[in-house]
Design a protein. Structure first.
Lengths: 150, 228
């Protein structure tokens, strides 16, 4: 009886926790997206400087950053929920929530290109890193052009 | 005014080289700007080249050959109005150099190109590319200039489209082959010519043009690299 009560309370607690996650404040979801993208830019930028010849190539940093990016690239997407469509502090277009499939395809493309970048970084082939870097940049741009306000 | 068929050399070599080089760069900038990725490095170099060309063309508008000069092709509102009216009628009024409307289009295109190149210097794409002067200003200002860079490009495309439509109108309706003239420098006329300075066309030295272009290149280099 006692065990059942504990289980019931635990289940209730879990449900409340899940509800809280599902009903995250729209403002917080926007913050989550921005935080993920801010870090993405932070770790993507130096790779750009290296493949563009503005900074000396450092294989260790490229590999580390690409690894970070693999994880970061998964983080923004569950923050794009229809509840955020009315938040002012975002440049995300409401089309995102009308074209869910297309938006998801764009997001998947970016993640796939980052996986390739990470693989290229591990191979140590600078030309491959440069090519993969360009493809990641294009996948960023595709989404920016389609789903971001001026 | 003069009658019957004749050919007058109007465009000097620098004007023709400027025109076609600009077209090639414009096409490349259009493509690379839409493509992004690793093409952006070359997008920026091509942008510097356009800035140098525009600076050169402005200088040449004061120091160049007769029909390259702003003073020869910037018409007042009355001449523009008269010309526009004559265009719609069947009277075949030919202009030797830029016509009164086309002359102002030159200014609009050059101004818009200058705006495009200079906002590009401060732009950023929020990915991995930023202009050589972006670090000098705030992110907010850079974002705003980037927006202008995007909008002004649409404006440029519209202007370039109007320019091409106008040229096609002259080629097919007015029977003036302006495209050939921009290659050969020689414009062929059949009939009445207005604003003719046929025998009075003075050609400036092409070496002077080269000197001015090098000067423009140095100016752009100093802006981009800021060695001081």
């Amino acid at each position: 009886m006692k065990k059942a009560a504990i289980a019931a309370i635990a289940a209730l607690g879990l449900t409340v926790a899940l509800d809280a996650a599902a009903q995250a404040k729209p403002e917080d979801l926007v913050k989550q997206r921005k935080a993920a993208f801010t870090l993405t830019a932070k770790y993507f930028g130096p790779i750009g400087a290296m493949v563009q010849g503005k900074a000396p190539y450092d294989a260790a940093i490229v590999t580390r950053n690409a690894g970070f990016l693999e994880t970061l690239s998964k983080m923004p997407w569950d923050g794009f929920q229809a509840s955020t469509a009315d938040v002012k502090e975002t440049r995300a277009k409401p089309e995102i929530y009308k074209e869910g499939d297309k938006f998801k395809a764009s997001a998947d493309k970016m993640q796939a290109e980052i996986v390739k970048l990470a693989a290229a970084a591990k191979s140590g082939d600078q030309n491959a890193v440069k090519a993969a870097f360009g493809a990641v940049g294009q996948s960023c741009k595709a989404c920016h052009d389609a789903y971001r306000r001026d | 005014m003069s009658q019957s068929k004749h050919a007058i050399k109007i465009w000097d070599v620098p004007v023709r080289l400027f025109h076609w080089t600009l077209l090639a760069l414009f096409a490349f900038l259009f493509w690379s700007g839409k493509t992004g990725g690793n093409a952006m490095v070359w997008h920026m170099y091509a942008g510097y080249a356009v800035l140098a060309l525009v600076i050169f063309r402005v200088l040449w508008g004061f120091a160049g050959s007769t029909h390259a000069r702003f003073a020869s092709f910037l018409a007042g509102p009355r001449r523009m109005f008269d010309f526009a009216r004559a265009l719609l009628s069947r009277s075949p009024a030919h202009s030797v150099g830029h016509n009164p409307l086309g002359g102002w289009m030159v200014v609009v295109l050059l101004g818009s190109l200058a705006l495009q190149a200079s906002t590009g210097l401060f732009a950023n794409d929020d990915i991995a590319t930023e202009g050589p002067l972006t670090a000098l200003i705030s992110k907010e200002l850079s974002d705003r200039l980037t927006t202008i860079h995007r909008w002004n490009f649409d404006f440029l495309l519209i202007c370039a489209g109007l320019h091409v439509l106008a040229v096609l109108f002259h080629v097919f309706v007015k029977k003036e082959n302006l495209v050939a003239a921009m290659f050969t420098g020689v414009k062929k006329f059949d009939g009445e010519v207005v604003g003719s300075k046929g025998s009075a066309v003075r050609f400036a030295n092409s070496w002077l043009a080269l000197g001015l272009f090098v000067l423009a290149l140095v100016a752009v280099y100093l802006i981009v690299k800021r060695p001081f």
